[in-house]
Design a protein around this ligand. Structure first.
Ligand SMILES: [Mg+2]
Length: 218
């Protein structure tokens, strides 16, 4: 029997929003123009789960100093693309509604910029469900893999991190959830199940499994 969590803390990209392909195409195009030719798949491999400020030193090591407004410009382009069209991960929106219907508070914690994250949640129709319990890397001192985002999300739900479940898909995200002291379910979508399990997450393959894994099954 799985104990019901005090709150469920969702990552956004790759868990709720199937945004990685669109985001990585934009990143790849920008870096190719700066003199680092790479494909969307290569961009995803290089940067999956990282916040923009943590991407900058890696990019500068390759192409030299970036224009001062590079990160902001990129974030605006991603937000614009997400406003136009945000694809949900199949079953993710339903899974969030199911958790809420069971009376368990939910929050969203993402390494995205604030504007970009708001655009994605609006696009998914989940902005009202999460309300003020939405945290961007801009809301805390340290982005994932540090625990700050998940600690803030747990606190917003009035729960202690040890009683919360984090739903993540990336290596930095799983590390952040575990560092915060949460139980971490690893959605094996962008990252192989074995990689997530080796870090200490419990891997799963489809969003339909989520209610059962949270002890909310019927
Ligand atoms: Mg993610």
């Amino acid at each position: 029997m799985i104990r019901r969590p005090a709150a469920v803390l969702f990552d956004c990209d790759g868990v709720l929003a199937d945004s990685e392909a669109v985001v990585n195409a934009i990143v790849a195009e920008s870096l190719t123009a700066l003199g680092w030719p790479l494909s969307a798949a290569e961009a995803q491999h290089a940067f999956l789960g990282l916040a923009l400020p943590d991407m900058v030193p890696r990019i500068e090591a390759r192409v030299g100093p970036l224009p001062e407004d590079w990160a902001e410009g990129l974030s605006h382009r991603i937000a614009a693309a997400m406003t136009e069209r945000t694809m949900p991960i199949p079953g993710a929106v339903e899974a969030v509604h199911r958790v809420v219907a069971a009376g368990v508070p939910v929050a969203c914690a993402s390494n995205s910029a604030r504007l970009e994250l708001a655009a994605k949640l609006r696009g998914l129709g989940l902005a009202g469900v999460f309300g003020a319990r939405v945290f961007s890397h801009e809301d805390v001192r340290r982005a994932k893999p540090w625990p700050d985002l998940y600690r803030a999300a747990a606190e917003a739900c009035g729960a202690s991190p040890g009683d919360c479940v984090v739903v993540e898909d990336s290596v930095p995200g799983v590390r952040a959830g575990l560092a915060a002291g949460c139980r971490v379910l690893g959605f094996a979508h962008e990252t192989p199940a074995a990689v997530l399990a080796a870090l200490g997450a419990e891997p799963f393959a489809t969003m339909a499994e989520l209610p059962g894994l949270l002890g909310l099954g019927d």
